[in-house]
Design a protein around this ligand. Structure first.
Ligand code: UGA
Length: 459
């Protein structure tokens, strides 16, 4: 099937490449000429596992890039809208890009089309898209608007797309639903997974995935409710971690005991310096605003956001507790991305913490395996960028672990120890076992677990 994807950001680019890998003919439309030129020339603008392989496989064959939306619409049966929905000052989602795309699509309608929301949008957006298209002279029987929210995580987006827990299709009639069913058929009938060149199956995936058909409004709510629930899980475990710190309990033991209840489940219960990224912070505010608009005060979400911010303040207090005064202190920082496996620094708690520490007069040497270039756009020369974790630790008063990159969990501890001025590690992601750190002569601070001091110092 010929499909158009509008917007070549994280969602659009991954969806476009994955649709091509499912066997569809894809036109990826963007109005950013530089981006289009880079994609056509074979560049991969984001750090995403398997994306370079898929782009390489399909570029110029079944994956084309264009700035002509109406021409793409004329050739396509389905048009996926994956443009940005940034937050306004009031925390609502700014839907002006979605509106302008909808207006533009109207001019290309030349037969039945399904217009699909893939961006995260508030409930009622599909109604608005329909209204805007009708106002712009799209005949009412020539299109339907569907909602097909994406549940992919940055860093594992391609795998999440190909091995989803579920595919949600919000469609208000059978014709529209069956077109989307056809697009996802290689996943739902399992044929994609038989292929030798299929993206490898992750451990937890059960195949084939179910396709859940709902109303468009329900699908829009499913996306916001899912992200809000996941953020709530993180804030919940972080709140419990704070209590663990007060009473001397261990959050990992508590998490294990809680997460093995199959009604709760173990995932998304990692204590941390808080969630960040381009989705949770924005989506929680947007969901809060939508609820208010509909007459419901969703105060639980306020508390989820408050705990998340508090988590950073608590971490700053840990740094002060470890080092006393901060002015003039040299800190090594591991991780600037908002989570491991991505180069994205948007709403990164690591970036916010580094900014706070700079304000307190610290000097920083930071290392991130992928996010350095993006962080340089924020920090310029106000911090030093190290070439590896050991260089970041060099002569530092303490080492801070701020992002859960897997490579940070297997560092050469003796080498690290010899580089640091004082063997102090303050770990915002709980990547190490406190006993091991004590045995290797570190003072080790983490989240929701007792502080451990070097074994020989304690003795
Ligand atoms: C999130 C959702 O997980 C996706 O399902 C959704 O599709 C996506 O938003 C979106 O709306 O587009 P993402 O923002 O890429 O995906 O990242 P997550 O893996 O969810 O992590 C979000 C933040 O929570 C990160 O800062 C991470 O470090 C933090 N986190 C995650 C924790 O602090 N603890 C955990 O247990 C899990």
């Amino acid at each position: 099937m010929r499909v158009t994807v509008v917007g070549s950001g994280y969602v659009g680019l991954v969806a476009g490449a994955c649709f091509a890998d499912l066997g569809h003919d894809v036109i990826l439309v963007d109005n950013d000429q530089q981006k289009l030129a880079a994609l056509t020339a074979g560049q991969v603008p984001i750090h995403e596992t398997f994306l370079p392989e898929l782009l390489e496989r399909h570029r110029g064959k079944t994956l084309h890039f264009s700035d002509d939306l109406q021409a793409a619409v004329r050739q396509s049966a389905a048009i996926f809208i994956a443009v940005g929905t940034p937050p306004t000052d009031q925390g609502e989602a700014d839907l002006s890009y979605v509106e302008s795309v909808a207006r533009n699509i109207s001019g290309g309608i030349n037969g039945y089309k399904v217009v699909v929301e893939k961006s995260t949008v508030p409930v009622y957006t599909s109604n608005w898209i329909r209204k805007i298209m009708l106002r712009n002279a799209a005949p009412s029987d020539s299109f339907d608007v569907a909602s097909n929210p994406e549940f992919l995580r940055e860093g594992t987006a391609v795998v999440d797309f190909m091995y989803p827990d579920r595919i949600v299709v919000g469609a208000d009639n059978e014709r529209c639903a069956s077109l989307l069913h056809e697009i996802y058929a290689p996943l739902t009938d399992g044929s994609y997974y038989q292929r030798n060149d299929a993206i490898p199956r992750p451990d937890h995936a059960s195949i084939p995935p179910p396709l859940i058909v709902t109303s468009t409004k329900s699908a829009e709510l499913i996306k916001h409710a899912s992200n809000a629930f996941l953020a709530m899980k993180i804030s919940f475990i972080n709140a419990v971690a704070s209590i663990c710190e007060s009473v001397g309990a261990d959050i990992h033991q508590v998490r294990h005991g809680v997460g093995t209840d199959s009604r709760i489940g173990p995932r998304f219960l990692n204590p941390s310096i808080g969630y960040g990224g381009s989705c949770f912070p924005k989506d929680l505010m947007a969901f809060r605003a939508v609820a208010r608009e509909c007459g419901y005060e969703f105060r639980l979400l306020d508390e989820v956001m408050r705990i998340n911010e508090d988590q950073r303040q608590r971490f700053l207090r840990k740094v002060r507790n470890a080092l006393w005064t901060l002015r003039g202190k040299r800190l090594g920082v591991l991780g600037l991305a908002f989570k491991g496996g991505t180069d994205d620094v948007r709403e990164s708690p690591a970036i916010l913490l580094v900014q706070a520490l700079l304000q307190e007069g610290c000097s920083i040497a930071a290392y991130d395996p992928a996010a350095t270039d993006r962080a340089k756009e924020i920090f310029g020369t106000t911090i030093d960028f190290a070439a590896d974790p050991y260089e970041a630790a060099n002569a530092a008063d303490a080492l801070l672990i701020l992002t859960e990159w897997s490579e940070f969990s297997s560092l050469d501890l003796d080498r690290l120890h010899s580089r640091l001025k004082y063997p102090i590690v303050i770990d915002g992601r709980n990547l190490y076992d406190p006993e091991t750190m004590a045995a290797r002569s570190f003072s080790y601070y983490s989240i929701g677990r007792p502080l451990v001091a070097p074994v020989q110092a304690a003795a």
